[in-house]
Design a binder for this molecule. Structure first.
Ligand code: PLP
Length: 227
């Protein structure tokens, strides 16, 4: 199957899940996760109409943004853990950072966005499962991260993001997606935090049913990643 065909398939999965949940499919944005795949694959997806692309590593994002600079309306999403000292690299390029998880990173990214003369959309990554091996702030720290973001004029806080622990059965992710939505409701609701970035190739349907407005799909579009 071509990338264009797999993109169509991914969009159909999202649309069916949205319809089941009584939601307008247009309220779910697809971010195509292109990490480890070459710029040529991204270009192919772009030609099939895809505009939002997710990368996990700052240097890889910079490299690809350079080779795809002729596609001006392509939007880059930083979806991997962002080290404070890499904020400078991505600030001139990214539309959205999904992984702000500390006041310190909020301050540094805000400073770098201001210096680049840009406004960056930001999501706070929350480690809802409190898995010590994973990044993301704990639910208890969310208030502090949101407060730090409010002080940053060049950052626009748009919502929350999470990665649930992997379970064979995608239903296993449902309680974590529901928790992210409940946390959003506890911190001002959809008016303040309209976006919920959750759901990947494996569990996108469950995420859409639980209210995802951004889904991040890699494997189902670009194929397996080289080990
Ligand atoms: C790799 C990755 C994805 C995409 O995962 P697939 O299973 O390939 O769809 C989504 N979100 C994050 C944060 C990732 O690192």
């Amino acid at each position: 199957m071509t990338i264009a065909e797999r993109l169509t398939q991914a969009r159909e999965r999202i649309a069916r899940a949205a319809e089941r949940a009584g939601r307008d499919p247009n309220t779910v944005r697809l971010v195509a996760v292109s990490k480890t795949h070459p710029a040529s694959a991204i270009r192919e997806a772009y030609e099939a109409g895809q505009r939002d692309f997710g990368e996990n590593y700052a240097q890889e994002l910079v490299r690809k943004a350079e080779s795809l600079a002729d596609l001006p309306d392509l939007r880059w999403h930083m979806i991997g853990h962002l080290q404070t000292n890499k904020a400078r690299l991505v600030a001139p390029l990214v539309a959205t950072v999904h992984t702000v998880d500390s006041p310190k990173l909020a301050v540094e990214l805000g400073r770098r966005a201001l210096a680049a003369g840009r406004t960056i959309n930001v999501l706070v990554e929350v480690n809802v499962a409190r898995d010590a091996a994973k990044s993301g702030c704990s639910p208890d720290q969310l208030g502090d991260v949101l407060a730090a973001l409010r002080e940053q004029p060049a950052l626009r806080t748009r919502g929350l993001m999470t990665i649930p622990p992997f379970t064979e059965d995608p239903e296993g992710a449902r309680p974590y997606f529901a928790q992210l939505r409940e946390l959003r409701d506890a911190h001002g609701g959809a008016e303040v935090l309209p976006e919920l970035s959750m759901g990947m190739s494996h569990d996108v349907e469950v995420a859409v049913e639980e209210g995802a407005t951004i889904v991040r799909i890699g494997t189902a579009i670009f194929g397996a990643r080289p080990a």
